[in-house]
Design a protein around this ligand. Sequence first.
Ligand SMILES: Nc1ncnc2c1ncn2[C@@H]1O[C@H](COP(=O)(O)OP(=O)(O)OP(=O)(O)O)[C@@H](O)[C@H]1O
Length: 662
Amino acid sequence: MTSAPKSTTDTSAWRPAGIDDLEPAAWQVVRSTVSTSVTAGPGAGKTELLAQRAAYLLQCGGCPYPARILAISYKRDAAANLGRRVRSRVPEHAWRFDSMTFDAFAKSLLDRFRLSLPTAWAMSGDYTIEYASTATKEINAFLGRLRWQAPPELRSAIQSMSPKTFLPHVVGKWDLPPEIPQAAQADPIAFAALAWWQERFIGAAQPQLDFVMINRLGELLVRAIPRLRRALRLTYPFLFVDEFQDTTPAQLSFLRSLFADPDIDTNSVAEVFNPPADAVPRLGDRPVVTIVGDRKQRIMGFAGALPNAFESFAADFAPENHELTWNFRSSEQLVDLQHVVARHLDSSTVRAISKAPHPPCDDSVSLWTFDDRQSEARTIAQWIADDIATSGRAGSDFALVARQRVGDIDPLFQPELARHGIRLRNDDAAVGTMKLQDLLKNKVAQFIVGVLRLAATPAGLPQIWLDVTATMERVRGVADEESSARAVSDELTNLIVALRSWLNERPPTDEVLSDAVDRVVDAVGFDALSRYSREEKLPDIIKSVRARLEQVVLPGLRWPALLEEYEAADAVSLLTVHRSKGLEYHTVFFLGLEDEQWWAHAQDMQGSTSTFFVGLSRAAQRLIFTNASPTARTGGIADLYALLDQAGVTERMITSEEYLVG
Ligand SMILES: Nc1ncnc2c1ncn2[C@@H]1O[C@H](COP(=O)(O)OP(=O)(O)OP(=O)(O)O)[C@@H](O)[C@H]1O
């Protein structure tokens, strides 16, 4: 239900929901009336802090109805996670909390306001999206052409542009001028970026946009249209940004244009909303921005993350600074190890205090050395099966994390775990045009599959009903009118009832699966769902949902089991460190601590050690590093082994003949 709550909680009586308490610095951030910059190590509760601050502002009237909070994350998974936390903390206010990725925010602005782009940048047709993962080949060819076209004085600068970082470092660093420059550009970035726009956008019948270009057009919109910028500031007097260490120059410039530019009159924010007299914080004359992050977890340098995002933010927003030092995730022993690596990355790091409620666990950190990959997979699968049998834990309490190439690990572990009836879910696998992790967190995909699950399952699934209803209300644009909310609920009920009898008459086959997906999309409306879908185009989402369903369907499988299989919520996760960011598991196997996985370590030791730090800090209670190479210790990552030795991590040799001989 989305009607505007009438009452507000007294700020002095407000307590965090779902947790016992916050550390003192976190309390200050929750109540802050000014922009704040919060740094803290892994497991410090940075994401939780944002959820609690949202609850405080929404419940106490600091963000009074109808104003909203905008929360930006870098990963879809993180945005979904934060949105879920707020929904569970303050369900009655959650519709005023918009949690999305930077890309989704920029795309939603472009989709809504593209007709207002300055004439020079007007878009002739609908655009297609090109994903960065597939763009490198084309960028390579483009740069090849550009070297020939560039004037001699720019050639060496163009020569040194890398296809891998071209989008963030070149296209992302160029603010679109309101008029397209006619004169030759003397600056290599402007020269190359303009040429890129000329090839893909200017005058194209169907422009091809990547997300950096979408960001640039979004930034141009808010810079060029003061009324739009003001409307956004009125809508969102509070902005949160998670994982700030990974901000790119384009994202920072977007934030700056939207929220920091002092030439805009925002005094009216307070006047318009007229917050209750006892509401604290009061809305000021500027949007209040709260950023959280950890410099030591900066692992998106390759994707263009700024080396000094916090400092750049400070220059524009003059925030209050806070540091958190508790760790709610990991046990003492794991915090000890994290501290050794954290200090290596930043010698001024203060040791975190473990507040994790876990009982001490034997062997919470160890290194297992195998003589071949087959015995590694077999031993770990057997070990997980034994642990599940004795502890009652679920498969989803375990993760297999690797630096990269999880596609090579998947076929080794999948059959070994299957022998014990345990599923493995490769979150990095491509399904249709998307990665599985992104698909499973995609709101539209969740909606389609949620509706099918409700239709296939006669009773229960209250959480899915709530999620599906919340999405439908947004698709239908229901904000706070009770009767519209009821209309949405009736519409959904009718859809589910009709689908139920349709599904009952048809066992799931590839063709039926595809029809079932179409039925949901058609009933809701392709255009309505398209407008709502954020990062991906709706046809890509539909294609990926179908591909995933086809991947998991088996002869004889019934609808409820098939739809559960789609998500594989109880499976052991297999994922890269980058995909594991922000997540946590009871037990983490950090696989492949050897050169084959870490071959690029020497090229960027700081970034690579941060990657190591992010991976190892996902574990709550147990962490097991592995390698299957006799030269792992003495090769290119000897320095990482030295850190493990310094932390006193014990090593066990496991031969193919034995199982855990210590
Ligand atoms: N104040 C708190 N009390 C109890 N548990 C908490 C508190 N804050 C966070 N947690 C729990 O601690 C864990 C880590 O929190 P969270 O994911 O917010 O940390 P983080 O700082 O964002 O971590 P990372 O940087 O590693 O992603 C979660 O399980 C969360 O529910």
